[in-house]
Design a protein around this ligand. Structure first.
Ligand code: OAD
Length: 226
């Protein structure tokens, strides 16, 4: 059985990383237009770098939780594909590999020549690119208005899926919010695991609601025992 999993901020929440749209979420404290758009970066690169420096610091201090370890176990035993909207590295630190469609906090990107390199703990807008030396360093994260990464690869995985599972995402941001329809139209069963019904809940065949560290390990145990 080919399993394709989409994760969002809810899977990292119990590791202490903030989600975006919950009460106290990051988008209640910051305007996403200021810190997650190319226009915001052009207006105030220092503010944007400061925002992602703080995210990187939070991430470095966090530890993977039981839901992330359970998905790594599932991937090792079934070859499940994990696509994540998260820019943290908690899937990897739990022992899994994930396709990071919204990029990665641990990578820096040169806006002038597209060179990528490991991000330092703190980046500033005037850091020079190690390759072309332009002072055009930005976090290698996908902002609103930019194309998510690896979309061709992800679409191929969705079209071949027998089971599509969405975990810890509010289903508000496209294209990820549309993956359930793509997989379903290609014949996959679909399952939502989330704290509460997401915006796309009605599109799923089944759902289990609860904290990720409870519902994900239980679901993984069920799949592995079948
Ligand atoms: P959201 O903050 O929009 O949604 C998080 C979801 O996780 C919500 O539906 C919560 O109910 C759920 N949740 C919270 N705690 C949970 C827990 N302990 N266990 C299970 N579920 C829990 O985050 P995303 O859907 O990931 O993009 O957001 C999608 C994209 O919007 C992000 O990748 C980011 C953001 O703007 C960019 O910045 C481009």
């Amino acid at each position: 059985m080919k399993i394709v999993i989409l994760t969002g901020a809810g899977i990292s929440a119990e590791s202490g990383l903030g989600t975006f749209r919950d009460v106290d979420g990051l988008w209640t404290k910051y305007d996403l237009k200021d810190v997650a758009t190319p226009q915001g970066f052009a207006r105030d690169p220092g503010l944007v770098q400061g925002f992602y420096n703080a995210r990187r610091e939070n991430c470095a201090a966090a530890e993977p939780n039981a839901a992330l370890f359970a998905l790594a176990r599932l991937q090792k035993q079934t070859g499940a594909v994990i696509v994540t909207q998260n820019v943290d590295d908690l899937h990897e630190r739990a022992g899994a590999t994930a396709v990071h469609m919204h990029g990665s906090l641990n990578q820096a990107l040169c806006a002038a020549c597209d060179h990528r390199w490991p991000a330092p703990a703190k980046m500033t807008p005037t850091d020079p690119c190690p390759k072309c030396h332009a002072p055009a360093t930005r976090p290698d994260v996908v902002w609103f208005g930019e194309l998510p990464y690896a979309m061709d690869q992800i679409e191929q995985e969705l079209l071949r899926a027998d089971l599509f599972v969405s975990i810890g995402t509010s289903g508000t941001v496209y294209p990820a919010a549309g993956f359930v329809q793509i997989a379903q139209q290609a014949g996959a069963d679909t399952l939502e695991l989330n704290l509460e019904p997401s915006d796309t809940a009605s599109a799923f065949d089944c759902a289990i609601y609860g904290a990720a560290t409870e519902v994900v390990p239980r679901w993984v145990d069920t799949i592995l025992s079948e």
